[in-house]
Design a protein around this ligand. Structure first.
Ligand SMILES: NC(=O)c1ccc[n+]([C@@H]2O[C@H](COP(=O)([O-])OP(=O)(O)OC[C@H]3O[C@@H](n4cnc5c(N)ncnc54)[C@H](OP(=O)(O)O)[C@@H]3O)[C@@H](O)[C@H]2O)c1
Length: 317
């Protein structure tokens, strides 16, 4: 990718920060970071930062017209699955109208769009799912994400849609995620209840960021599933995390999804088949043990502080 201008929207989120970190190591990209806060979580020399709300058409139009990106990577979203179920208007505004605003601005400036979606577009009856499988969302977050995919697909803008699932990793001042929630609680010897009937392939955010950058560099278009190497239950993931970090496994109690009574329905037998990404993008997902070992190393090198908020398992997608 030579002399491209890449705009990362949602640059202060977990995935956004990873993309910023990796892309800023290259020398040939002009980076434009965009996020909702007044200042970026991490500053990068020579990168421009724009404060914007993707739900506001004029914000997006102004930023894209001014900076003329070749590629827009949209990682911004309302990611709380239960919050989306309860605050549907806001969820639609961010996760669908926000994407429509980005697509419209991209069309005017001939930019390509890379957009992030989720395994929650599927019902979880017979995963793992390939790109060919039929989406059938069972909660509002999944429905909105599918609507955003469909909008992009029916636009005239060259696009990549990347579906991923259960992201884990660390970046500055990010919200908690499943792995960080486990680490914070198990470190303090708090018992945790973890669902044993939701399966999928948890994804190290670093792996996902590398796959996205490959898709951009190789100028790919279309739909890709990008997730971790192993399909397992959240409970089994938690046990592996305890082993890697040296925590007491007996603190982890298995529960069923029905027992947790989460506001939004969850796909149970999920998982994403990543073969297309492996072949087309050279994607090489980490195993759970490899991913957690990388995370442990990153945490030990600090100074990142674990987020205080402790979401219920599976809440953030
Ligand atoms: N995390 C997962 O397990 C998972 C699984 C499947 C798919 N995905 C998808 O992957 C993408 C990245 O996820 P992530 O975990 O990196 O999410 P994240 O850490 O929650 O980051 C999302 C970012 O979007 C920003 N944002 C929210 N509403 C906005 C708005 N109206 N205008 C501008 N920015 C806004 C947030 O800002 P604030 O901090 O101000 O809210 C936050 O910085 C999302 O599209 C998500 O749906 C994630």
């Amino acid at each position: 990718m030579s002399d491209s201008t890449v705009m990362i929207i949602g640059a202060n989120g977990l995935l956004g920060q990873k993309l910023v970190e990796f892309l800023s190591r290259g020398t040939t990209n002009n980076l434009v970071l965009a996020g909702r806060s007044a200042a970026p979580s991490v500053t990068v020399p020579d990168a421009v930062y724009v404060e914007l709300d993707i739900g506001k058409k004029q914000d997006i139009r102004d930023a894209v017209t001014l900076h003329k990106p070749d590629v827009i990577i949209n990682t911004a979203a309302m990611t709380g699955v239960d919050a989306c179920e309860g605050e549907r208007e806001q969820a639609w505004k961010v996760n669908v109208t926000g994407v429509e605003n980005i697509v419209e601005a991209a069309r005017r400036e001939n930019a390509r769009v890379v957009h992030l979606s989720t395994d929650y577009v599927f019902d979880g009856k017979e995963g793992p799912y390939s790109e060919e499988d039929r989406p059938e969302p069972i909660n509002y977050y999944g429905r909105a994400k599918l609507a955003s995919e469909n909008h992009l697909r029916s636009s005239e803008v060259p696009f990549v849609i990347i579906r991923t699932m259960v992201l884990y990793g660390i970046a500055a001042e990010v919200k908690s995620n499943f792995a960080l929630w486990l680490i914070r609680n198990l470190e303090e010897r708090n018992p945790v209840r973890v669902v044993s009937d939701q399966t999928g392939n948890p994804t190290l955010v670093d792996d996902l960021a590398h796959a996205i950058i490959s898709a951009v560099e190789l100028q790919k278009t279309g739909l890709y599933h990008v997730a971790g190497r192993e399909i397992l239950s959240r409970y089994d993931f938690a046990l592996k995390l305890a082993d890697v970090f040296g925590f007491d496994r007996s603190l982890i109690q298995p529960v069923t999804t029905a027992e947790l009574k989460q506001p939004a329905a969850r796909p149970l037998k999920s998982g994403l088949v990543t073969l297309k990404a492996e072949v087309d993008l050279g994607y090489r997902p980490s195993t759970v043990i490899e991913g957690l070992t990388i995370l442990k190393g990153q945490l030990s090198r600090g100074p990142k502080r674990l987020p205080d908020s402790a979401p219920i398992p599976g809440r953030k997608r």
